[in-house]
Design a binder for this molecule. Structure first.
Ligand SMILES: C[S@@+](CC[C@H](N)C(=O)[O-])C[C@H]1O[C@@H](n2cnc3c(N)ncnc32)[C@H](O)[C@@H]1O
Length: 307
């Protein structure tokens, strides 16, 4: 566990302004992490307002528990992934949520902790699991997946142009790739130009596959829209183009309603719009925040209103 037990929440003021419409409502922070945004939300609510904080990372939840202790039973924390949210809410008999927040991606503590194996800058095991109860790790993917599957992952989840070369080298090596340093050395052997960018893309691709991040995000959006009160808000912060594309396209589909093919002259599906898009362009950090918190540089906040 990293020594630093606070996380500077990204776009905090913008999130609070756009998320909170009922100060006595129940809000769900689906990426509670160390509780940075949750703390801001709770401070903004009335004493009747409640917060459900979920995350798939148990270590983060233990820190959030301490950081949010002062709010007592106004806070419920649980280890739940986006794809488990619907079952969790049904089991808890919760149906009325005033706002959902997803601050997706990784917590800085995850990247900075060597043993979690997320970073090419830190030596550690090839792990990359956000939920350490899960069995699939980056080690399994690198050493057990076929060359074709690795190419697909590096191309689609990393947008890496040397995908084929890297996958081939990984499959041709005699020794197992056990650590982040082994993987880094292997990539450095086959890619000579802009290798740092390639490393970032390869590590991103593996992380997305280990945690099934894009599928999880789609499921999370679906669940949020089902459980939001009318006029409730869905706020999503993403940090790279693959995630932002999913948020943008999902919002567009939900705002459109009709799912009929464009070739049909009239709608026969009867599906109605479920979400109004609040901001056509994503909200981004101010220059001041970008200087103070480098993580905010790539952040994009999109907000939808449940119809
Ligand atoms: C950027 S951090 C959130 C930081 C938090 N907003 C704060 O202020 O402390 C992202 C968090 O999302 C969690 N996460 C990512 N994907 C998830 C998923 N599919 N289900 C549940 N939690 C997820 C990670 O474990 C991590 O704790």
């Amino acid at each position: 566990m990293a020594d630093v037990l606070v996380h500077k929440p990204v776009l905090l003021e913008e999130v609070l302004e756009n998320l909170i419409t009922d100060k006595s409502g129940t809000y769900l922070d689906a990426t509670v992490g160390y509780g940075g945004h949750s703390l801001g939300i709770l401070n903004r609510l009335n004493p009747e307002g409640k917060l459900i904080g979920t995350d798939r990372d148990q270590e983060a939840l233990s820190v959030a528990k301490k950081n949010l202790e002062e709010f007592g039973d106004r806070v419920v924390l649980a280890q739940v992934s986006f794809s488990q949210l619907e079952d969790f809410l049904r089991q808890q008999n919760i149906s009325q949520i005033s706002g959902f927040l997803f601050d997706i991606g990784m917590g800085s503590w995850q990247i900075e902790t060597e043993e979690r194996g997320f970073s090419y800058l830190k030596p550690g095991p090839l792990d990359m699991r956000m939920d350490r109860k899960q069995s699939l790790t980056a080690y399994d993917i690198v050493n057990r997946y076929s060359e074709e599957k690795l190419v697909w992952i590096f191309k689609n989840y990393g947008e890496e142009r040397f995908a084929k070369k890297i996958a081939k080298a990984l499959k041709n090596t005699k020794s197992e790739i056990r650590t982040t340093s082994d993987l880094r050395k292997m990539v450095e052997k086959v890619v000579r130009t802009n290798v740092i960018k390639t490393l970032a893309r390869v590590f991103q691709a593996l992380r997305i596959e280990v945690n099934q991040e894009l599928e999880e995000l789609k499921k999370g959006i679906e669940t949020a829209v089902k459980f939001l009160n009318p006029q409730g808000r869905l706020a999503i912060i993403s940090y790279h183009s693959l995630e932002d594309r999913i948020v943008k396209e999902s919002f567009r589909e939900l705002a459109k309603g009709c799912k009929c093919p464009p070739t049909l002259p009239v709608c026969i599906c009867g599906a109605k719009p479920e979400l109004e898009i609040l901001n056509k362009k994503p909200i981004v950090a101010t220059e001041k925040e970008k200087k103070l918190n480098p993580k905010s540089r790539s952040a994009k906040l999109r907000v939808g209103v449940k119809i």
